[in-house]
Write a protein that binds this ligand. Sequence first.
Ligand code: 5GP
Length: 183
Amino acid sequence: MSETKVFVFSGASGAGKSTVLKRIMSERDDLRFSVSATTRAPREGEVDGVHYFFVTRERFQEMIAGGELLEYDEHFGNLYGTPVSQVSCGGRVVLDVEPNGAFNARKANPDAKLIFITPPSMEELERRLRSRGDTPEDQIDSRLERAKWEIAQSVHYDYVVINDDLDHCVKQVADILDYEINR
Ligand code: 5GP
């Protein structure tokens, strides 16, 4: 079995983390995306087993009880967790999890590298959240509060990358990955 290297990405919603990760994953074939289990409903275009394993709350509880999850957390009313099997099979694995999950993943895997994608400012984050149009107005404040907490957690990450210019951010993340892979 090849050595496992775990890269854990987090970032407040609106920071552009998903876009950055999509670009990174499409540009490289040496990384494997860890598919999480979640109880939230699929969004348009999301494929079961590719973006997430979409499961019922009952199945999720079974996974917890059976020790099938490396870490899990509840986020805005939905459960999310990393299946042990996604990380245990070796190689360079990329996790996209919120900060509690990131810290638990590091406990389980002390060599994991934690990378936080952050927006250039709270004003810009708010602008992006509103312009994306997928966050109802009555949820904007709670998302921003959560974002503030998440950004405060970034001091515990190994790397913090500002997503001001997308190309620049992707390049910085690629450089970090190369450095960590080759050192
Ligand atoms: P979304 O519903 O937008 O796909 O994800 C919501 C949040 O859940 C994001 O911050 C994402 O990083 C986090 N998340 C996704 N999968 C996992 C997981 O397996 N564990 C944890 N702790 N968080 C996750």
